[in-house]
Design a protein around this ligand. Sequence first.
Ligand code: G6P
Length: 482
Amino acid sequence: GTSDTDPDAQYDFMVVSNRLPVDRCSSDEPGCEGGWRRSPGGLVTALAPMMTKTDGAWVGWHGAPDEQIQPFSHGGIDLVPVQLSTQDIELFYEGFSNATLWPLYHDVIAPPEFHRTWWDSYRKVNRRFADAVVHHASHGATVWVQDYQLQLVPKMLREARPDLKIGFFNHIPFPPPEIFAQLPWRKAIIDGLLGADLVGFQRSSDAGNFMRSARRFLGASVKQQQVHVKGSDGQTTHIARAQAFPISIDVQQISELAQNPEIIERARQIRRDLGNPKTILLGVDRLDYTKGIRHRLKAYEELLSDGKVTVEDAALIQVASPSRERVEQYRLLREEVEGTVGHINGTYDTLQNTAVRYLHHNYPIDEMVALYLAADVMLVTALRDGMNLVAKEYVTARTNNDGALVLSEFAGAADQLKQALLMNPHDIDGLKDTIMRAVNMQPAEAARRMRSMRKQILDHDVDLWSSDFLNALKEKVIRDDS
Ligand code: G6P
């Protein structure tokens, strides 16, 4: 443990995530300060005010291999970098995090690989993150650990520092015990998570899956949302609560951008550049096999070949941002998607119009909002997704209450956006019918649906998500030892 005289043990609030909320940049790029830029994404915006208010710090990896960086401050947030070696990146990050846990937790859409060397690295790197917190957290500090890359950290923290309040939030799905059972280290993972006082999930079904696994694999007793864990002395019990806290977006930021005249004009420009199709369909995803991009392309291609739409009627913009490019399954997916896009365009393009405008790029949020404004139909066809914030951003950007959202029931967002056109992306005929319903939707129905979805999101933005979680973390557990 740390002593109260340790000058580094200064933070009352700490967030821990695999990635720090900053990216490297060069000084001529906009927003670049001292070689770093704040990374996009709701988590950063949600937590930034809290961090400054409560003397907080963020612990995470800065994204470069082998580089050791001293703690520094950026945009008012203190950052504590954790180093990853080239080998850690290969075994802990690309291996155990992204080729074992990621596919296992997303319904084994791709086959998870189980390697003992990856697991050893996962444990070792989780220990390094925990050590950084132990060193920097003040007595009684609140620590909020994020996501599947760091599931062992809560238990490591509780053992080293029983004075801490420990929260954990899982941004991705938690699988049913029947699938989780495959993991050779299933007990250690559940045990690691149960070190937290509060374990948060996107959907209540994820929290339910976790509690069933705690019962099945650790023999824990579960009452309501409380998991009772026996200490190693067999005497004391620690209670971890499991609960859903659906994450959201920075509603104000997206609404403001959506009403900015320059961005509205940019949206018109995008439509002209595409040759003025009647309908623009849009997909925006990290290039990941969980997102159902192939299913979406297949449905669209069949609509073209059935003659239900032509390229003048309906063009598809697919933004696929580069992701995890050294992991085998991601390479395969990229080849397949790009082959399919080439095939569709070769078959259906004319000199004026293109069927699929495929963009393997990252765009700044302004350009994303312009795309949302240009799109008549948003396609979110994930085969499994913790939440899917693109769905929430699209709805928030549609300040005129027009446009249609086609949304997979396998995305967490489906629990909140009940007025979307919900569908099962595995059912290609159903997906095609739903796309046609969206394309042909009457303005009155579109407005009724969009208004109700917008209200849901406007009432539940990301500030509410983080304050709900942190308030629940403060609450005392109700002990019922009877
Ligand atoms: C998902 C995960 C995040 C992760 C992000 C990007 O949203 O929940 O933890 O940071 O994907 O993936 P990457 O591997 O590039 O960090």
